[in-house]
Design a protein around this ligand. Sequence first.
Ligand SMILES: Nc1nc2c(c(=O)[nH]1)N=C([C@H](O)[C@@H](O)CO)CN2
Length: 117
Amino acid sequence: MDCIFIEGMKVTASVGIYARERAHTQQLEISMTFGVPDAAAQNDDINDTIDYAEVVNRIRAELAQRHFNLLETLGEFVIKMMLEDFRASWVKISIAKTGIMKDVRQVGVTIERGTRS
Ligand SMILES: Nc1nc2c(c(=O)[nH]1)N=C([C@H](O)[C@@H](O)CO)CN2
């Protein structure tokens, strides 16, 4: 298995448990690593792997359309998409909110699903 990573992706999303978070979108930082077959490294062909540009665009499009109460559910949503639609074998995602708590740089969650071979 090879891994592809997307580090420090800034994305606008509607997420949070408070009324103000339902009323206004906020910026999140997503970092994600996912497993792919090693065929692309052998064949030099984008069709043998997952195109990380497609993943970034899809995440932005999907998150623009819905509200999540929790970062956990947002993370689970993206992971399901990666496993089912992009056929990743394993996914680890971290999602952070920046500057929402005094004297804390970031808060967030890390979720891992699938089989890391
Ligand atoms: N485990 C979590 N705790 C909290 C979350 C969350 O998504 N997961 N969210 C909030 C609020 O929305 C907060 O970010 C607003 O300041 C609080 N705790």
